[in-house]
Design a protein around this ligand. Structure first.
Ligand code: AMP
Length: 114
């Protein structure tokens, strides 16, 4: 699989504003925030798109979602609310091909998104 900018962040080859890390997950602030809080939760394992995830990744994807939810609680905005988004391929608006969850918070979200 091709190396992405997120792999470089995992290897600390380029800087990022890292807010959370464990053995499997890294989270850092999005460089172009779409909300007052905009953090990307990524697995350290490189999986290009959700289409490429397999049965072997079930636990990892669960950890990713839980890490985001726990961080939202720890930051104190979970009760007020937030949005978790993952984009897949061109029509989904994916630009970095290493799966990630966008955690957006700090403003009223709208539905449907653009
Ligand atoms: P997506 O379009 O869903 O693939 O999301 C990729 C996200 O990565 C975008 O919101 C970008 O702003 C963000 N991004 C790209 N490069 C960086 C970087 N070096 N540091 C932090 N966020 C980045």
């Amino acid at each position: 699989m091709a190396d992405t900018i997120f792999d470089k962040i995992i290897r600390r080859e380029i800087p990022a504003d890292i807010v959370y890390e464990d053995d499997d997950v890294l989270a850092f602030r999005d460089i172009a925030p779409a909300a007052p809080v905009h953090v990307l939760f990524i697995p350290k394992k490189a999986i290009a798109t959700l289409n490429d995830a397999s049965e072997a990744d079930v636990a990892l994807i669960g950890k990713l979602v839980l890490a985001a939810a726990r961080w939202a609680k720890a930051q104190g905005f979970a009760e007020k609310g937030y949005r978790l988004v993952t984009n897949c391929n061109k029509d989904g608006g994916q630009t970095v091909f290493h799966i990630h969850l966008h955690l957006l918070a700090g403003r009223q979200m709208h539905w449907p998104p653009g």
